[in-house]
Design a protein around this ligand. Sequence first.
Ligand SMILES: [Fe+2]
Length: 254
Amino acid sequence: MSNRRDFLKKSSLLGLAGIASNLISNNQLNAIESLGNQGLTDAAFTLPKLPYAFDALEPYIDKQTMEIHYTKHHQGYVDKLNAIKSTNIDYMSDDATKCTHVDKFTMAAIRNNLGGHFNHSLFWTLLKPNTKGEANKPVGKLGEAINSKFKSFDEFKTAFNDASLKLFGSGWCWLILQKGELKIVTTQNQDNPLMRLPEEGEDVFFAKKQPVLALDVWEHAYYLKHQNKRKDYIDAWWNIVNWTKCEELFLEKK
Ligand SMILES: [Fe+2]
């Protein structure tokens, strides 16, 4: 598919569409025309498949919120990224490593939409249905590391809740691994710990920070069900954290 697309794009770029018209179908010509109308922008970014149904996280996150969050908000970041015609970021692949190229000089549209795309792609995988209302706690080595760092899971939850509630406006709360140490950090807007943004009071570059757990604390993540009560949303969210996935991230980056 990408070869065909590349061919069409290159043909169009080289002004060969007319010459090629005897060799290719009307559909392909339409595709060339369509690419021209889009300023030859390549759709480098795609919306990842949601690993569960919109209503699968009920009653903790409602179906309507999930559907709008995924099909409008996340799709919006993807569409805006694909519509940007020039950037200082290499567009050849769609993966989280792109975020490590973002710094304070990166254009705002890239920083915001790339962050939005990456953060949500990760966030979906860090949620899982919990239809039986079972107790939900970290597992394995990550569970041990959390207990070791924060004394207990409950103390970790309290610290994470506090950080999420103190975050002014829109942003994300994270559990990250930095130089082998677990830390709770927050980022504004769609920034994330992978970006090369100086920490507060630090004008030098970052130390590598790897997300292990992420919480979207934008109002669009909870307003329909919880209105302004962010705490209720966070309390519900703890029930559907996918600790198995968190453990994978932890072990992968340790
Ligand atoms: Fe969001």
